[in-house]
Design a protein around this ligand. Structure first.
Ligand code: PLP
Length: 444
């Protein structure tokens, strides 16, 4: 029978059918239990089946599920915008709500271009980005994405926005080490800006910690300081794509806080609705909104379901849940614990090359040999086989790209719901250990 990722009734599907979820666990129709160590696609940030969220959805649905954003607003949307502004750093006081991370990054890109137009500058239309990055699947977002695999089919339709190397210290393309390297991979941005011309560039976009296309690549200490200085010096806006890292995933509300940098625009998604409803946002600072408010007043973007009250009510309930249960305050402790446990596994299994990330966004990169970091041959399908083995052991892991081109390497993301408890982390590590043991016995 044909297997695909589209759904046609009665066709054998590629995936198990999930019946229900509770906390960090999912259960399929056969009764099999899975520990969701990746929160789906780093999305189910507060776990499954949380009563408070279900109640909030119900309450909002009883009042009104939909109002059109160009005719009305709703208490849910207004309250959510207020809460996000309170929790965000700097003057990110404006929210433009959309439905997916791709829409959020595209909206961010459009707002950056519009900002310069409102100031009378019409040449600044490019948004520079890095290789080994992922900003979304729609053509504008894909144009900014340095994910070679996802770009490949659509290259004639895409802009060449990825221009610089990522801060991939495990495989530094310059064979240097931070901080002695002087952040040469960040300095590249200055070189590229000189080549293209700052008058053509609206913004630079980056994921604070690279997710899907790098397996939690985390920059060294002063990397973003250098990037931000280069952006400021050249009159180029800095967009932080916090679709994966935002809403507490790495500890603070925004991962940018780890490096004390204030972006001009932020894209949020994934954890915003925690999987209970589709919602994402572009957050915009006062200083970027100022010329827009003095000029056209409206941002030239929008979708039918932007600021959908049902989704906004969910996102607000997620923030209240995180707040009430002090979830973000516990991330550091949980993170330290899980890192310690993973380091023990690294000593036992020579194919665990690198362990990286922050908070509960952790990447494992796999290699044939820890000493020379040789990647496995592509034909071996390491990540795919490992994830299959994990599923058999009742553990859900997320595949990520790795290797200097983001394709010829193997990595996974471990990013359980932020609500995971210490005993549940023990269970996660137990299942991961079992996965590695069976994988070694069957495949290596
Ligand atoms: N930006 C980042 C950093 C992401 O990780 C993703 C999705 O993985 C996106 C944008 C796109 O989000 P979505 O899949 O909701 O469109």
């Amino acid at each position: 029978m044909t297997q695909t990722n589209l759904i046609k009734p009665m066709l054998e599907t590629l995936y198990p059918v999930i019946d229900y979820g509770k906390g960090v666990y999912l259960y399929d129709k056969t009764g099999k239990e899975y520990l969701d160590a990746s929160s789906g696609a780093i999305t189910a940030n507060i776990g499954h089946g949380v009563e408070e969220i279900i109640e909030a959805m119900h309450e909002q649905a009883k009042r009104v599920s939909f109002v059109y954003r160009s005719q009305f607003t709703s208490e849910a949307a207004e309250n959510l915008a207020k809460k996000i502004a309170e929790l965000s750093i700097g003057d990110l006081n404006w929210s433009f709500f959309v439905n997916s991370g791709s829409e959020a990054t595209e909206t961010a890109m459009k707002i950056a271009i519009q900002y310069w137009q409102e100031k009378g500058i019409y040449t600044k239309n490019k948004v520079l980005s890095r290789w080994m990055s992922y900003h979304g699947i729609t053509l504008g977002a894909l144009s900014m994405s340095g994910h070679t695999g996802r770009r490949a089919r659509f290259i004639p339709l895409l802009e060449d926005f990825p221009v610089i190397h990522p801060p991939y210290c495990y495989r530094c393309p310059y064979n240097r080490e931070a901080p002695e390297c002087g952040y040469v991979c960040a300095q590249e941005l200055d070189t590229v800006i000189k080549r293209i011309g700052a008058e053509q560039i609206a913004a630079f976009i980056a994921e604070p910690i690279i997710g899907a296309s790098g397996g939690a690549i985390t920059p060294p200490k002063d990397y973003y300081k250098v990037i931000k200085e280069i952006c400021d010096k050249n009159n180029i806006l800095f967009i932080a794509d916090e679709v994966m890292t935002g809403f507490g995933r790495t500890g603070p509300m925004l991962a940018c806080e780890h490096w004390d940098i204030e972006p001009d625009i932020v894209a949020l998604g994934k954890g915003m609705g925690a999987g209970y409803a589709p919602i994402a946002a572009a957050l915009v600072s006062d200083r970027i909104m100022e010329p827009i408010l003095q000029g056209s007043k409206v941002v030239m973007s929008g979708h039918t379901l932007s600021a959908n009250p049902q989704s906004c009510a969910v996102s607000l309930a997620v923030l209240e849940y995180l707040d009430k249960n002090e979830i973000m305050k516990e991330i550091d402790e949980k993170s330290t614990y899980i890192f310690q446990r993973l380091k023990v596994l690294q000593k036992m299994f020579p194919f665990i090359g690198d362990i990286r990330g922050k908070g509960l966004m952790i990447g494992l990169e796999f290699v044939e040999n820890q000493a020379n970091k040789t990647p496995f041959p592509r034909s071996f399908l390491f990540t795919q086989k490992l994830i299959g083995q994990a599923e058999k052991c009742g553990l859900i892991l997320y595949p990520a790209g790795a290797g200097i081109d983001g394709v010829n390497g193997d990595a996974i993301l471990i990013a359980p719901p932020l609500t995971i408890t210490i005993p549940e982390i023990d269970e996660l590590v137990k299942r991961l250990h079992e996965t590695f043991q069976l994988f070694t016995a069957n495949n290596l």
